[in-house]
Design a protein around this ligand. Structure first.
Ligand SMILES: CC(C)(COP(=O)(O)OP(=O)(O)OC[C@H]1O[C@@H](n2cnc3c(N)ncnc32)[C@H](O)[C@@H]1OP(=O)(O)O)[C@@H](O)C(=O)NCCC(=O)NCCS
Length: 207
């Protein structure tokens, strides 16, 4: 890993490069093709988007990573609405994966999220990656994913307190903000603006 990277806020001039990076990072990983580059595209105009945490990682003048955060909530069983953040997509360019850059970007961004007042983060993701940065399976903290029965342990739905104890005494349900739910026709129309890439059905995909 080359430690001479910088992490800075995304600017308008980066938009297409970041969308392309996201597309390259996610393409055929979780489904044939991907939707995440469109998610990045639509979120920048949404009110829950956090511009201060829309970050790119640059190495030798090239963007090799990106992460974006969104304000979200836990609907607690006692009626409270607990403000938290979620993030994603997080992308590292394919040729830089598994060298530590994703962890560095994630940890830097979590420090910034804490500085901005976030008490906790909830995300769907792989515990093998996120567990190394302090995430735990959310149901162990009493936080449940809206799409799964409460009786299930949902191994991919994770939380991380940024303020220790922030989720003490909280049980409730999380659903990603609406901007994460995009429809395939809109994604395909957007994707046509990028160089053609074959959509492949591969082992290990989720959809
Ligand atoms: C996931 C991603 C952001 C991780 O960034 P990265 O720079 O590749 O990860 P790191 O090198 O910091 O990984 C640190 C450790 O996390 C674990 N890890 C990383 N990626 C993993 C993966 N895809 N599956 C399982 N474990 C993973 C490994 O234990 C890794 O250590 P190792 O390489 O010594 O085994 C990056 O691989 C990526 O962009 N992937 C495609 C898009 C994606 O899946 N985004 C996340 C969606 S939730």
């Amino acid at each position: 890993m080359n430690k001479n990277y910088i992490i800075r806020r995304e600017t308008k001039d980066d938009y297409r490069e970041v969308e392309n990076l996201t597309r390259e990072a996610f393409w055929n990983v979780y489904r044939p093709g991907c939707t995440e580059h469109f998610v990045v595209h639509v979120f920048r105009d949404r009110p829950e988007f956090v511009p201060e945490l829309d970050l790119v990682m640059e190495l030798d003048g090239k963007i090799i990573g990106h992460i974006m955060y969104v304000r979200s909530v836990i609907n607690a069983d006692d009626g409270r609405v607990i403000p938290i953040m979620t993030f994603g997509p997080i992308s590292i360019a394919p040729e830089y994966k598994r060298m530590g850059y994703g962890t560095a970007l994630l940890r830097y961004s979590m420090e910034k999220a804490k500085e901005l007042g976030a008490g906790a983060i909830a995300i769907s993701g792989n515990i093998d990656f996120y567990g190394k940065s302090g995430f735990v399976v959310a149901s162990t903290k009493g936080i449940h994913y809206y799409a799964e029965p409460r009786s299930e342990v949902v191994p991919y739905f994770l939380v991380r307190e940024l303020v220790p104890g922030y989720l003490d005494g909280v049980s409730g349900v999380f659903r990603e903000p609406d901007g994460y739910f995009v429809n395939d026709a809109d994604v395909d129309e957007f994707d046509a603006q990028f160089p053609p890439k074959p959509k492949l059905k591969l082992p290990g995909q989720l959809v």
